[in-house]
Write a protein that binds this ligand. Structure first.
Ligand SMILES: Nc1nc2c(c(=O)[nH]1)N[C@H]1C(S)=C(S)[C@@H](COP(=O)(O)OP(=O)(O)OC[C@H]3O[C@@H](n4cnc5c(=O)[nH]c(N)nc54)[C@H](O)[C@@H]3O)O[C@H]1N2
Ligand SMILES: Nc1nc2c(c(=O)[nH]1)N[C@H]1C(S)=C(S)[C@@H](COP(=O)(O)OP(=O)(O)OC[C@H]3O[C@@H](n4cnc5c(=O)[nH]c(N)nc54)[C@H](O)[C@@H]3O)O[C@H]1N2
Ligand code: SF4
Ligand SMILES: [Mo]
Length: 676
């Protein structure tokens, strides 16, 4: 008997699709998009269509593994769960006794986005007194920048954009990373809307847009200020909105005057004519809508860039028009009460925090507080964290005990001392919200755990028992925790309960499609052109258009490199499927024809991309898709699948962005040469 059962896509993708999974004799055999899910609309991406192959992959880790060979060699023997967890508990105790509990660090991120399992280890590590992890690798800079301008809280829903007449996709490759935005944009376009993409390269989305402004990476604030200057200069302003809902317009006006189109053009690489044209179009549009991604934020001055972009809608009063507004992130996640699950209060006062972007530095033997036990789950830091050579050096330390909860032998798991096989999303009970839509969903297991795999949740609960922790958080069951999360008292979860979600249908949270109609969650309740909170930290209270650029060592590394996602992978996930690697093809780097010619590089040739941190071998893609001086390498390939054995994060740095402590993955200087 086969049947289709409801589930949810667990990946770190704003679309959080509702799924139907066909199950035959206890195995998942096919996955499709839920046709009744209003956001999924019955289709899924090509990656997820491969999910059954991933779940039942012959190389999936299905038993606990203990290292037998030298570190990193990848030789393990199978052991039982009891032995594995007893060893883990002994190592935790030994480390805490010898070095203090802060020598233990959990390292987890977004391999699975369900709230229960994503947060399952928090209480356990808090109770241990382990160092805390600052989970900043993705969006903390973008959200900090945005919050200084518009406040916290969700942005304008994507479904709202269908009423827009001008959609600007600003540093977000939606056809790769937010596929389900596309139907809304296409609906708007059928109604006459124009689609503009602002991005350093002609990505998939730009190729399908009406206009592509190709800017230098890190110059978004200058571009936004240039657009503001056009709006101000040509009187394309909504004075009524500005007077009622913003703070510091006169100051902004003075600052924007420093960015006439010619200067903005010089800073951005976009022509003055294009800037004037887009400024006018934005000012004259009935309901302009902006979708920003993380692209502008993954820069040394990325927080400032996001803050500046976020101010544009206020100048033209776009927030008040059906179809107008701006989106960075939306969803009901912030409405949940995670406090009982994460039990922050169990962490002793004064416990240090390690910023996950700087794992390489934290693992160095000379770090001020050396780490001796690293427990990795839902993440693959050997590939995804910046400055891979520093990370790998740390993982190779003989005096570091590495536990990995994984489904596959990733480049991190290879270095482990102990691997615990993880149950995947089809095998567990879970609660999901999204950062791209407003639906809340619950998933129940559709198959039994594969092999001896166990969920993160059950492992941490059992570990807590073994360590003698008896607080309520460690004894409550999954459904109890889901109920607690939903029972937050937030009006946005009205009517959404364990019972109502149990039918497996998506429930719409009570969040307006355009939350800005209700005002702004800034300290002043207004859009802050002038931001007192930034001034109080000694930072520039006004938008600043100085471009982000890494030191090029006097021109030794003259080319800018950005490293955005690739369509066939989800961060470093899906590298484990050979068929998916074949679809992705070889790792490439886009180079402008002038830059290629100056270096004797031909299209399709193998090139060495290098800087002071490391090098990669990539296939040259010589194309005017980028400006001269700019290069792009899509995708987090595992090093082992590249000709040089090194992934792209061998070239990125551990430097933090200006606000929010995130990484600057798109702010690197490199040189490129033909490979020997
Ligand atoms: N297929 C696929 N989908 C994914 C992912 C994946 O790996 N693969 N990852 C998921 C995750 S975790 C996330 S956080 C999201 C990220 O999704 P996005 O926000 O779309 O990804 P970004 O890396 O921010 O890159 C977006 C675009 O920003 C551009 N960009 C880079 N630097 C700049 C700049 O300085 N200014 C401007 N204007 N643009 C710039 C890049 O060229 C790219 O086209 O996607 C999610 N979805
Ligand atoms: N250069 C560069 N680096 C980047 C980025 C970039 O744009 N450029 N993007 C950054 C961003 S936005 C992010 S969010 C991070 C993402 O970084 P990560 O969150 O580390 O994402 P993944 O690489 O997908 O690794 C997730 C791992 O979790 C495992 N996993 C998945 N589900 C389960 C489960 O149910 N149980 C268990 N036990 N394991 C599971 C998968 O097998 C996979 O190995 O990478 C960042 N790194
Ligand atoms: S990765 Fe994104 S688009 Fe693909 S199925 Fe999952 S949520 Fe949907
Ligand atoms: Mo991310």
């Amino acid at each position: 008997m086969d049947s289709w059962r409801p589930s949810v896509c667990p990946f770190d993708c704003p679309d959080t699709c509702g799924l139907l999974v066909r199950v035959k004799e206890g195995r998942a055999t096919a996955v499709k998009g839920d046709p009744e899910h209003p956001f999924t609309q019955g289709f899924i991406c090509q990656k997820m269509a491969q999910y059954p192959a991933r779940v039942h992959h012959p190389q999936r880790i299905t038993k606990p593994l203990l290292r037998v060979g030298p570190k990193g060699e990848g030789r393990f023997k199978e052991i039982g769960w009891d032995q594995a967890l007893a060893l883990a508990a002994a190592k935790l105790e030994e480390t805490a006794a010898k070095h203090g509990p802060a020598a233990i660090l959990p390292y987890s991120y977004a391999g699975h986005m369900g709230h229960l399992h994503r947060n399952a280890g928090h209480a356990f590590f808090h109770r241990l007194g382990a160092s805390k992890l600052g989970r900043t690798i993705c969006s903390s800079t973008a959200s900090a920048g945005f919050a200084y301008s518009l406040g916290t809280g969700p942005g304008t829903d994507l479904s709202h954009s269908r009423l827009s007449d001008l959609i600007i996709v600003w540093g977000c490759n939606v056809l790769t990373t937010n596929l389900h935005a596309w139907p809304w944009f296409q609906e708007a376009r059928r109604g006459g809307a124009r689609l503009v993409v602002i991005d350093p390269y002609a990505n998939q989305t730009a190729l399908k847009a009406d206009t592509h402004l190709k800017l230098r990476p890190g110059s978004d604030a200058a571009l936004a200020l240039g657009l503001m200057q056009v709006l101000i200069n040509e009187e394309l302003l909504d004075h009524e909105f500005i007077a009622a809902h913003t703070l510091g317009f006169a100051d902004l006006q003075a600052r924007a005057a420093e960015y006439p189109p010619e200067r903005a053009a010089e800073l951005t690489g976009v022509s003055a004519a294009e800037i004037v044209e887009l400024g006018r179009a934005y000012g004259r549009a009935r309901a302009p809508y902006i979708r920003t991604g993380c692209g502008p934020a993954r820069q040394l001055a990325g927080g400032m860039a996001m803050r500046t972009i976020a101010l544009l809608p206020a100048l033209v009063g776009a927030f008040e028009r059906p179809g107008g507004g701006i989106l960075r992130s939306v969803g009901a996640g912030a409405c949940l009460d995670l406090s009982r699950l994460t039990a922050e209060e169990l962490s002793p006062a004064g416990t240090p925090t390690v910023n996950m972007v700087q794992l390489g530095a934290a693992l160095a033997p000379e770090a001020p507080r050396p780490l001796h036990l690293l427990w990795v789950y839902l993440s693959n830091p050997a590939v995804v964290a910046p400055d891979s050579s520093a990370v790998l050096k740390g993982l190779a330390r003989e005096d570091l005990f590495l536990v990995c909860q994984e489904m596959f032998m990733t480049e991190t798991a290879r270095w482990a001392d102990l691997i615990l096989p993880g149950a995947g999303s089809l095998e567990i009970t879970e609660l999901y919200t999204s950062y791209g839509h407003r639906y809340v969903q619950m998933a129940k297991p559709v198959i039994a755990p594969v092999g001896q795999c166990r969920s993160l949740w059950s492992v941490f609960q059992e570990m807590a028992g073994r360590m003698g922790f008896d607080e309520e958080v460690f004894t409550a069951d999954e459904e109890q925790h889901i109920s607690w999360m939903l029972d937050s008292g937030s009006p946005c979860l009205e009517g959404i309960t364990l019972q109502s979600l149990s039918a497996g249908r998506p429930l719409l949270a009570n969040i307006p499609a355009n939350p800005y109609e209700r005002g702004f969650l800034t300290p002043s309740g207004k859009v802050e052109f002038y931001c007192e909170a930034l001034a109080a930290q000694g930072l520039d209270p006004l938008p600043d258009g100085a471009p982000s650029r890494e030191d090029d060592h006097g021109g030794v590394y003259p080319l800018q490199l950005i490293t955005p996602p690739r369509k066939q992978f989800l961060n470093s996930t899906f590298n484990e499927l050979e068929a998916q690697r074949e679809r992705a093809g070889e790792a490439e780097i886009y180079l402008h024809p002038d830059d290629a010619a100056a270096r004797g590089i031909v299209d399709g040739g193998l090139v060495r991309v290098f800087n002071g941190r490391g090098e990669c071998l990539l296939r040259a893609k010589v194309s005017e898709a980028v400006l001269p001086g700019v290069t792009v390498a899509e995708g987090l390939y595992w090093g082992a699948h590249t000709p040089g054995g090194t992934g792209i994060n061998h070239l990125t740095s551990q430097a933090l962005a200006d606000l929010g402590g995130s990484s600057a993955f798109h702010c690197n200087q490199v040189e490129v040469a033909p490979a020997p």
